[in-house]
Design a protein around this ligand. Structure first.
Ligand code: ADP
Length: 648
């Protein structure tokens, strides 16, 4: 028998223990037919012996009714509690079909045995518990990593707004700022960036722990990476009067790994060196080496003359969340995640990271980067990873399956330590302007007019300007014609067809597929207010000057040709931010949809020239939207920029 505890979760006072049979020898009875015995039952002999923790012999069961034997013909029994450190860990019960079967010697023997048996049972029980709590710990660790990854992800979305909008305001897009406002906003912006940096570190660490960090492998030149790190490093040491030198060996081979992550590793080492060095300088040395397997590697040493790390602390610095001197780090900031992440990233690329240091003299942190593929990349990922062009870490213009539709991806927030996230966004968007306008050459005007003389007059003037003029002289088909042709602009008379022109104008402005085509109203009617209310672009009263008409036509043409951009994003703040940035960078007509389904129908109705798409949306997400756009020949050519916090 072994003890089992039953917990009453509502009322801990009601917890109770039982003894449960775990092994039965010399009997055919099934084990589970033996009832569990509550340890607080005074009418049960097993319970009584267990509480006394002393062996007990029953010479004749005829006189004992507090025990129900396994075998009906049992005459005598011996009960030996197994006790370890004064704790009951089990009980052995022996039955015999003869009376007086257990004498003093048997009891002695059982007692002697019970000592070691108790220890064995106890350690078996402990091992079981240990295994159980190990499993619980592993589960907890997984939950923690998942939580960190999700949380960091969720935090990046609002943070994107904080950084983005403060940047927008700092750039003066929302109007001029007072000096105080500028100072406050700069603090908000910098704090946002700092927070982002920390969140990204936690996200990276969680991804590494969960083995979910994807690297983008490819060949790249190490020199520009090191030089980029140097220019940021100079900013970090400029107030400290430290030197920052780069020594590059000649004829360095190309590196093979993840360029962006390599930059991240080096930035971490250089910013640590800058943090912990107060005099002297920092040197970044880059040279080829041959590793133990005869492979050429690029070695990068980051050497500083700083405070150094003691021999006892050196092995600890690669442990997550570990900081050598928390008092020092508190003044310097940091999460203690930088080095463990940098080391993991180096190893994931197939390289190694080492550190050596002498206290008060300085430290050398070194990494190696392969020059050819070493890490096993899953087969299906290979072509995709190798195909990533070297356009920098943020914009990876992955060539989609359908060649004709360019898809650029801009991550909303960058990973450590980039202090120009929002700038990058703006640059990425700028990079797409001016966009090639597919239908640029079409210059078509639908003329809604039933007066033959007027039609001739307009036609002559407009054709001189190079426009193609199509006439709709009946309200029954004016609307359909505009919808089919989608002309550059419309010229119409509201008095047309005995005043039915008003209704035509209203319908054109109500329809999704025609509402944004500029309408120039040329009429004898004087109700310009009504025309503008209905959405007319220009109102010209007859008789008119031909020059005025041409001027209005050219202006409307220009507006008609501004690119339509559709933003599909479920986060209203994101939409607002993107709209502001777009308006800042050119004249666009910006539409938006707050979910994938609306987005798709908006694409059909508005025929945008460009789509800016978020990936993570409830319901139909960005991936589904992309798939649908690609499978439809009408939308396959519309370029899409993915702007997302999702890094998939
Ligand atoms: P943190 O983000 O807190 O700096 P790291 O993992 O990058 O975390 O570094 C862990 C600790 O290692 C630091 O807190 C510091 O004590 C020590 N350390 C790292 N680099 C250096 C260096 N170049 N010189 C001295 N100490 C260093």
């Amino acid at each position: 028998y072994t003890p089992v505890t039953y917990e009453d979760t509502l009322n801990k006072q009601n917890n109770y223990q039982t003894l449960k049979a775990v092994a039965l020898v010399g009997s055919e009875s099934p084990l589970d037919e033996l009832e569990e015995v509550r340890l607080d039952n005074p009418d049960n002999l097993i319970s009584l012996v267990a509480s006394n923790k002393q062996p007990f012999i029953v010479s004749s069961l005829a006189d004992e009714n507090r025990y129900i034997p396994v075998h009906a013909d049992t005459q005598s029994l011996a009960m030996v509690p197994l006790v370890f450190s004064n704790q009951l860990v089990g009980m052995i019960i022996l039955e015999d079909d003869r009376p007086n079967a257990f004498g003093y010697e048997v009891l002695q023997l059982l007692l002697a045995m019970s000592g070691s048996l108790s220890a064995v049972v106890q350690s078996a029980q402990l091992r079981e518990e240990l295994q159980k709590s190990n499993q619980q710990l592993m589960e907890l660790d997984r939950l923690k990593s998942d939580f960190l990854a999700n949380m960091s992800h969720e935090l990046r979305t609002p943070l994107n707004s904080i950084i983005g909008f403060s940047r927008v305001m700092l750039k003066g897009i929302d109007g001029p700022l007072t000096e105080m406002q500028e100072q406050d906003l700069t603090t908000i912006y910098n704090s946002g960036q700092h927070l982002l940096y920390l969140i990204n570190e936690i996200l990276d660490q969680a991804k590494i722990a969960a083995e979910k960090l994807d690297l983008k492998f490819g060949y790249f030149e190490i020199k520009p990476v090191v030089e980029g790190v140097k220019s940021i490093g100079i900013g970090l040491v400029k107030d400290k009067n430290l030197d920052l030198n780069v020594e590059l060996a000649n004829n360095l081979p190309k590196a093979y790994g993840d360029e962006f992550r390599t930059r991240q590793i080096l930035l971490n080492l250089v910013s640590n060196a800058a943090k912990f060095t107060h005099q002297g300088g920092i040197t970044i040395r880059v040279y080829p080496v041959t590793n133990a397997h005869g492979k050429t590697m690029i070695k990068i040493d980051v050497i500083d003359t700083g405070i150094g790390i003691s021999e006892k602390d050196l092995p600890l610095i690669f442990q997550p969340f570990r900081q050598v001197d928390s008092s020092l780090t508190r003044t310097q900031g940091g999460t203690g995640l930088g080095l463990p992440i940098a080391k993991s990233l180096t190893e994931l690329q197939g390289g190694e990271m080492t550190a050596s240091s002498v206290e008060h003299r300085g430290s050398i942190f070194s990494i190696t980067v392969p020059t050819e593929p070493t890490v096993d990349i899953p087969q299906e990922d290979k072509p995709q990873m190798l195909a990533v062009p070297k356009t920098g870490p943020l914009v990876d213009n992955k060539e989609p399956a359908t060649k004709s539709m360019p898809v650029a991806k801009v991550e909303k927030t960058d990973t450590k330590p980039n202090r120009e996230t929002t700038t990058t966004e703006v640059t990425a968007i700028r990079a797409t302007t001016p966009m090639p306008k597919v239908m640029q050459t079409k210059r078509q005007i639908v003329l809604i007019e039933d007066n033959k003389d007027m039609v001739d007059q307009f036609r002559r003037a407009l054709q001189r300007e190079g426009f193609e003029v199509v006439v709709a002289d009946h309200p029954a088909y004016a609307e359909a014609m505009v919808s089919n042709l989608r002309p550059t602009l419309i010229i119409m008379d509201v008095n047309f067809a005995d005043g039915q022109g008003w209704q035509v104008l209203k319908s054109l402005k109500d329809r999704d597929d025609t509402f944004d085509i500029p309408v120039i109203v040329v009429t004898l009617n004087s109700d310009s207010q009504r025309a503008y209310q209905l959405g007319a672009h220009t109102f010209i009263q007859r008789p008119y000057m031909p020059d005025d008409l041409i001027k209005a036509v050219l202006k409307a043409e220009q507006e008609s040709n501004t690119e339509r951009i559709l933003i599909i994003d479920d986060d209203p703040a994101s939409i607002r931010l993107l709209t502001q940035l777009l308006n800042q960078n050119g004249a666009y007509r910006v539409f938006y949809a707050e979910n994938g389904t609306d987005g798709i129908s908006m694409v059909a109705r508005r025929r945008p020239d460009l789509i800016i798409l978020d990936l993570r949306m409830p319901g139909k997400d960005g991936f589904a939207v992309l798939e649908e756009l690609r499978s439809n020949p009408e939308t396959v050519n519309i370029p899409v920029i993915v702007v997302t916090v999702n890094s998939t």
